[in-house]
Design a protein around this ligand. Structure first.
Ligand SMILES: Nc1ncnc2c1ncn2[C@@H]1O[C@H](COP(=O)(O)OP(=O)(O)OP(=O)(O)O)[C@@H](O)[C@H]1O
Ligand SMILES: [Mg+2]
Length: 255
């Protein structure tokens, strides 16, 4: 079995003359939680969309569980649960009915719907119409749609967006438990760095489509110390790293 569940090799996405993701090579270990970080517009969602076959890479390639998209696209997509930006749902159906649609497409068991509702704490609201859901409920439903059937890989793009502090805390605890609960590997993007710090085994930091750092939090602390950044917390190290890269880019007139 390969050590890395997701591995990209110089993955690149260009829109006309704008480079959104630039020669990205990331490595996500089996059973780990990988925090994918970067400021707005860094290229996180674009990368995740390429991994899910929703956007075609301009150059480079990637392997998911040792398999290559597009040749084995269907087989791979069945293994990945995803939550990309704000997922859309049928507002005139209930949460349960929306999950039922996903369940049928994936060919899962009837009980998987109840289980997914239970895991995200939506059991009580399963029979309410989605148009009557609060933002937090919709986010939870999105998460339920990602983890229904317990896929071995989860790609979650800002899953705690719009949740209240208690909800953020709860979802963080939930996500943290998932690798043990069903042996999955999780790639998660988030701007809530204090949450990621408590959650991630490894992190990747992206700025203007370029990978500035990849490794464990301990390794990041070591790097931060060497470069003379504050190493109190992830947010501080992240901001120093991004500032330094932006200053370098400005000096070189890259942007
Ligand atoms: N279809 C498109 N056409 C042109 N440019 C695009 C397209 N999609 C994304 N981009 C650009 O690619 C860059 C990366 O966008 P992306 O959505 O991946 O960023 P992100 O890291 O997910 O940011 P955020 O934190 O705001 O979600 C941005 O500059 C964006 O404007
Ligand atoms: Mg995004």
């Amino acid at each position: 079995m390969k050590e890395y569940v997701i591995e990209t090799d110089n993955l690149t996405k260009r829109y006309k003359n704008f480079v959104s993701v630039n020669n990205l090579s990331i490595h996500i270990k089996r059973g780990s939680i990988y925090g994918f970080l970067g400021p707005n517009g860094a290229g996180k969602s674009t990368t995740m969309k390429m991994l899910l076959g929703m956007s075609k890479p301009t150059a480079g390639e990637f392997l998911i569980d040792g398999k290559r998209i597009p040749e084995e696209r269907i087989a791979i997509l069945k293994e990945i649960g995803s939550f990309i930006e704000s997922p859309s749902y049928y507002p005139n159906l209930t949460g349960r009915e929306n999950l039922e649609i996903i369940r049928k497409i994936l060919g899962l068991k009837k009980s998987d719907v109840d289980e997914a509702l239970e895991i995200v704490g939506l059991t009580e609201f399963g029979d309410r119409l989605v148009k009557k859901y609060s933002l937090g409920m919709k986010q939870r439903l999105g998460l339920a749609g990602a983890l229904i059937g317990k896929p071995p890989i989860l790609i979650l793009d800002e899953p705690t967006n719009g949740l209240d502090p208690a909800g953020i805390h709860e979802i963080r605890n939930l996500i943290k438990r998932l690798p043990q609960m069903f042996n999955c590997t999780i790639m998660i993007s988030s701007h809530m760095l204090s949450e990621v710090e408590l959650l991630a085994d490894d992190i990747g930091i992206l700025n203007h489509g370029n990978l500035l750092f990849e490794g464990s939090l301990d390794y990041l602390r070591l790097e931060a110390g060497k470069r003379g950044y504050g190493d109190q917390n992830l947010e501080e190290m992240f901001l120093s790293m991004i500032d330094e890269d932006n200053a370098f880019r400005k000096q070189r007139a890259i942007i």
